[in-house]
Design a protein around this ligand. Structure first.
Ligand SMILES: NC(=O)c1ccc[n+]([C@@H]2O[C@H](COP(=O)([O-])OP(=O)(O)OC[C@H]3O[C@@H](n4cnc5c(N)ncnc54)[C@H](OP(=O)(O)O)[C@@H]3O)[C@@H](O)[C@H]2O)c1
Length: 318
């Protein structure tokens, strides 16, 4: 096994842990034994961990946790970025010191995470972080980026499209709207009135969500809306149907509606994240980071995101 000696990795190891399922109040930072990389695994010294709603949804109650295979005591958080500091036998393609980002289900907010080099989100996934992508940004890519990519694959947008994106400024939205623009589509995005300028900065024509959405979109006079992506609930789906968008060109990620294709990040193309990381490295896609928090402030970070009005991503720094 290749291993770093001294420096980060030889001191106490912190991890956000839960002894019971519940809200932010059950999250504590604990000293834990350093995990060790086994065969086919790498250990990552985590420097940043991005939050997603799934992190606190899956740990909110025992029944939901069980559906994700979690039991107590549990870890917290899934998106991470950092530096490889141990390489197990047969973990080909990685060297101590490599910068990586990825996903490790409900254990990423920790000083160390061990992931398989040939794994899935449960056993852990790692990708090399390209030069030009800092760790805080890399820590936001996996869940939201792969979900946006999967949704865009369903819609198959091109320059002939005008797409309506509901919840355009959130964690998944910032990836979805920029990928749609890169595909050549015109993007109408819903947000609260105060987010209009921010949405414009992402290449989006803003429209306020809420009652009267369909009328407001018609008033924009943008011609036919040809596709839609609902990242928040069902309102965007209903508006799209009223605007004549066929169900096959509407996609959801947060709810299931009969007849409407649902996208899941797990179904993204195998190279989707490398593609997104390259777009970030070449400044063609940017990830707004609304706030960063030290790990000790994990509860405040979760409370901010759970308010559901974050612009872009929330990141924990370790
Ligand atoms: N299927 C999957 O694989 C998958 C993966 C990731 C996420 N998800 C789910 O997808 C949803 C979005 O995730 P996310 O990370 O983007 O969440 P997020 O970052 O918390 O989303 C925040 C965004 O939601 C917007 N919003 C709030 N109320 C709204 C409303 N009534 N109508 C429309 N937009 C509204 C906010 O806009 P303002 O700030 O302007 O109010 C903000 O831009 C979550 O439910 C998450 O669990 C599913």
């Amino acid at each position: 096994m290749q291993q770093h000696n001294g420096g980060p990795g030889s001191g106490p190891s912190r991890a956000v842990r839960l002894e019971s399922f519940g809200g932010p109040e059950v999250l504590t930072v604990q000293d834990v034994p350093e995990p060790q990389a086994g065969d086919g695994q790498i250990r990552v010294r985590v420097t940043a961990a991005g939050l997603n709603p799934m992190d606190w949804v899956m740990t909110a109650d025992a029944a939901t946790a069980a559906r994700f295979g979690l039991s107590l005591p549990a870890g917290f958080g899934t998106d991470y970025a950092g530096v490889v500091d141990q390489v197990g036998a047969g973990a080909n393609g990685y060297t101590v010191g490599d910068r990586v980002f990825g996903a490790a289900l409900s254990r990423a907010v920790a000083d160390f995470v061990v992931v398989d080099t040939d794994g899935n989100i449960a056993s852990g996934v790692a990708h090399h972080t390209p030069d030009g992508v800092d760790d805080r940004t890399a820590a936001t890519l996996s869940i939201a980026g792969s979900t946006a990519a999967a949704a865009l694959d369903v819609l198959d947008l091109g320059p002939q499209d005008t797409v309506l994106v509901g919840g355009a400024g959130g964690g998944v939205g910032v990836f979805a709207v920029q990928l749609a623009r890169i595909a050549g589509a015109r993007v109408i995005g819903t947000g609260s009135p105060s987010t209009a300028e921010y949405l414009r900065s992402l290449g989006v024509e803003p429209v306020a969500y809420g009652d009267g959405l369909t009328t407001r979109i018609r008033d924009l006079d943008v011609g036919p809306v040809t596709a839609a992506l609902d990242l928040h609930g069902t309102d965007t789906v209903h508006a799209a149907r009223e605007l004549g968008v066929p169900d096959s060109r509407i996609c959801t990620i947060a709810t299931v509606i009969e007849g409407i294709p649902a996208a899941n990040g797990a179904n993204a193309a195998p190279d989707a994240l490398e593609h997104i990381a390259r777009l970030v490295a070449s400044d063609r896609l940017r990830v707004p980071i609304a706030a960063t928090f030290p790990v000790e402030d994990i509860r405040a970070a979760v409370e901010l995101q759970a308010g559901r009005h974050v612009r872009g991503k929330v990141v924990i720094v370790l």
